[in-house]
Design a protein around this ligand. Structure first.
Ligand SMILES: Cc1cc2ncn([C@H]3O[C@H](COP(=O)(O)O)[C@@H](O)[C@H]3O)c2cc1C
Ligand SMILES: O=C(O)c1cccnc1
Length: 432
């Protein structure tokens, strides 16, 4: 079978049993229920991704920076010369970019993938030479890529994910480098979400208002042209999102970039291997729309690292129902926003491995406290009402075998390694 179809077919839903085990475990840990907010949901989802509770820590982690050039650069949508794409690749390989500093900070490995930089790059350690073309064509004048180039670039991403997972990486992060790629991102996001170009086109690396106005018109012109070449398109903006979801690769070829294609493949590959993939900013958001249109189940394997200053990013994340972990008004790309989120993801997982349960720590369970304090959260009150005032705590202390097992299991996390207790939990939830 062809690699893209094979990868899409390999993507399975989240593992419900592992998520149930994680949910139940969260409720037994020595903290008020729900007190870790979205990190609890994150830990539960990661259990579903891995199919085990607790899920593996997201380490070692690897960020893949997909680099490519854009023909639409000729339309004056960015003040930066196209050569900066290749020059930044050298900087990544020398360890001198922001992505390298942040990767060192969180212990992630950086891999740079040349999927379409205009011009030759010398071989170098850390560089995967996977050039599909010397950049895309100008999307205002014709399709950015041929169907074959788009397919091949998606495969490059799938293969990169496969190889990083095979090398032992347990969390993948997306990165990008491509001068003018926020223009292609805006076009993809407009096409897939149906939003208007002026809603989703931002200031990229930093442009003046006149350049921004031109950029919006460039996105509009590319979409208008593309509609005439997409089978089944009636030429109206209202049909964009329907056509994009029915023919994502065709839309990708019309207005996307080679790095968008590769990142879409990277997302699919991570999902097929049941490894979480942390999305960086607007370029990753646009690429993930392509991946999710190809395989809706891939969405559950995506974590939104951060909220970029580019307006299209929020539109892309909202349409996939993903909430960003951090919001620092970054507008850089390279994988920087994804890397900054990694410690939060690790924290969400570590809680499930290391935090003691009420039984094991000898802390009185919540129900007694809830009844006394009638805490502010509606959920807590509901729970105590449902469980009754006698509560799990008393029951637990009256059942030494369960308390004992709890203590032993908790210690076993450190001694026997992460998976031990989890599998027990999944097989025989404690609270049953
Ligand atoms: C020195 C430099 C380093 C970067 N690192 C990431 N980007 C980011 O900016 C580019 C997109 O912005 P636009 O669409 O406005 O050209 C991409 O290469 C992206 O990764 C950079 C841009 C520059 C100039
Ligand atoms: O959101 C991003 O990742 C981004 C924003 C501006 C420029 N480059 C990347």
């Amino acid at each position: 079978m062809e690699l893209i179809a094979e990868t899409v077919a390999a993507i399975r839903p989240l593992d419900e049993a592992a998520m149930r085990a994680a949910r139940e475990r969260h409720d037994r840990l020595t903290k008020p229920r729900g007190s870790l907010g979205e990190l609890e949901e994150l830990g539960i989802r990661l259990a579903g991704v891995a199919g085990v509770c607790p899920p593996p820590l997201p380490a070692p982690a690897a960020v893949a920076v997909f680099a490519a050039d854009h023909g639409v650069h000729a339309q004056g949508v960015t003040p930066w010369p196209q050569e900066v794409t290749g020059q930044m690749v050298h900087n990544f390989l020398a360890g001198g970019a922001v992505v390298n500093a942040f990767a060192r900070q969180v212990g992630a490995e950086v891999t740079v993938v040349d999927v379409g930089v205009n011009g030759d790059l010398p071989e170098a350690p850390g560089l995967l030479a996977r050039k599909v073309a010397n950049g895309t064509a100008d999307m205002t004048r014709g399709p950015a890529m041929t169907a074959e180039q788009a397919r091949r670039a998606v495969e490059v991403g799938i293969e990169a994910a496969r190889d990083l997972v095979a090398a032992g990486h347990r969390c993948l992060l997306t990165g990008d480098m491509g001068i003018a790629n926020t223009t292609a991102s805006a076009a993809l996001i407009a096409a897939f979400t149906g939003r208007a170009p002026d809603d989703v086109t931002g200031y990229g690396t930093g442009i003046d208002d006149a350049t921004h106005a031109r950029k919006v018109e460039v996105v509009r012109a590319a979409l208008t042209r593309a509609r005439t070449e997409l089978p089944g398109h009636d030429g109206t903006a209202g049909a964009d999102a329907r056509v994009a979801s029915a023919a994502p690769l065709a839309v990708l070829a019309q207005v996307g970039g080679l790095e968008h294609a590769a990142i879409a493949g990277f997302v699919l590959g991570a999902a097929a291997h049941r490894v979480p993939v942390v999305l960086d900013g607007v370029i990753a958001g646009a690429a993930a729309l392509v991946a999710v249109a190809l395989a809706p189940g891939a969405r559950d394997f995506c974590l939104a690292g951060h909220h970029s200053a580019e307006p299209g990013h929020a539109a892309a994340l909202a349409s996939m129902g993903l909430r960003p972990l951090v919001d620092l008004r970054l507008r850089l790309g390279e994988g920087t926003g994804a890397l900054l989120a990694l410690p939060l993801i690790a924290g969400a997982v570590r809680v499930l491995h290391e935090v003691a349960t009420f039984d094991s720590a000898g802390v009185a369970d919540k129900d007694a406290a809830d009844v006394a304090a009638a805490g502010p959260a509606g959920g807590a009150r509901e729970d105590s009402a449902a469980a009754g005032p006698a509560g799990g705590a008393q029951e637990d202390s009256a059942a030494p075998d369960r308390a004992g097992r709890g203590r032993e299991a908790s210690a076993g996390v450190a001694a026997a390694g992460p998976a031990g207790e989890a599998e027990n939990d999944a097989a025989a939830p404690d609270g049953a």
